[in-house]
Design a binder for this molecule. Structure first.
Ligand SMILES: C[S@@+](CC[C@H](N)C(=O)[O-])C[C@H]1O[C@@H](n2cnc3c(N)ncnc32)[C@H](O)[C@@H]1O
Length: 226
């Protein structure tokens, strides 16, 4: 007799539940992180108190490590807020390196400048207040890393600007690409979710990059420029 029961979709055995984005495994990962210095610790506290969406120490460490892995000396950052991720980049590129900070809010830039002085990295950082996409589009050089952390609706537009301004072997890194899991919604209505979905699809389909999303915190996309 024919079995007309609808077949249950089975997942391959290697598809384990992703434990890294929530719960006790996440707590474990954070407990492993070394203590940050006084300035970074103060910034984390300030960001938490004032709901400033910084990448936090687990993602910052990934950024730092990626920069060291490709011996990055130049980083362009879109969306820097109070400069938390900027300081990690500045430390990774070293004394001879250069990081471009961008943010639309001049109060953020003012606060960031104070932190950069105290962290001893002010001389490696150039601050721009204004539209980060505009500042990037004016750049004539090719960077080792471009880090994207602006408003999510702008992500597809950022992608179109990046490739000519990134060297071969450079990294295009983007935060929040899992958007608290909303990327898995069936019919997302939120414009930010739709923009992130479009961005992720374009990035994975792009012939210019080899891309992987690291499911740490809110998802970090790492695209290697071919
Ligand atoms: C998520 S926060 C950046 C956090 C920072 N990358 C960190 O981890 O320390 C995003 C920041 O981008 C800024 N921003 C958003 N869209 C922007 C744009 N088009 N141009 C410049 N700044 C923008 C906002 O003012 C906000 O401070």
């Amino acid at each position: 007799m024919a079995d007309n029961k609808p077949k249950k979709e089975s997942k391959p055995s290697w598809r384990h539940y992703n434990f890294t984005t929530a719960g006790p495994v996440d707590d474990y990962l954070y407990s492993m992180l070394p203590k940050r210095d006084e300035v970074l610790a103060e910034m984390e506290e300030y960001a938490s108190k004032h709901s400033i969406p910084i990448v936090g120490p687990a993602v910052a460490r990934v950024l730092y490590q990626l920069a060291l892995m490709i011996n990055a000396k130049t980083v362009f950052e879109l969306g820097s807020a109070i400069g938390y991720s900027t300081i990690w980049w500045a430390r990774a590129v070293g004394k001879e390196g250069r990081v471009i900070y961008t943010d639309g809010d001049s109060k953020n830039a003012e606060r960031a400048r104070g932190y950069f002085e105290r962290a001893g990295v002010a001389d490696r950082i150039t601050l721009h207040t204004g539209d980060a996409l505009e500042v990037l589009s004016e750049q004539k050089e090719q960077f080792d890393i471009i880090f994207n952390d602006v408003d999510k609706e702008d992500y597809p537009r950022v992608l179109r600007l990046v490739s000519p301004r990134l060297r071969k072997g450079g990294l295009f890194i983007t935060d929040n690409v899992l958007w608290s899991g909303r990327v898995a919604q069936k019919n997302p209505k939120q414009p930010q979710t739709k923009a992130i979905l479009e961005f992720n699809r374009l990035l994975y389909d792009s012939g210019d990059f080899v891309t992987t999303i690291l499911p740490i915190r809110d998802g970090v996309a790492v695209g290697l420029k071919k």
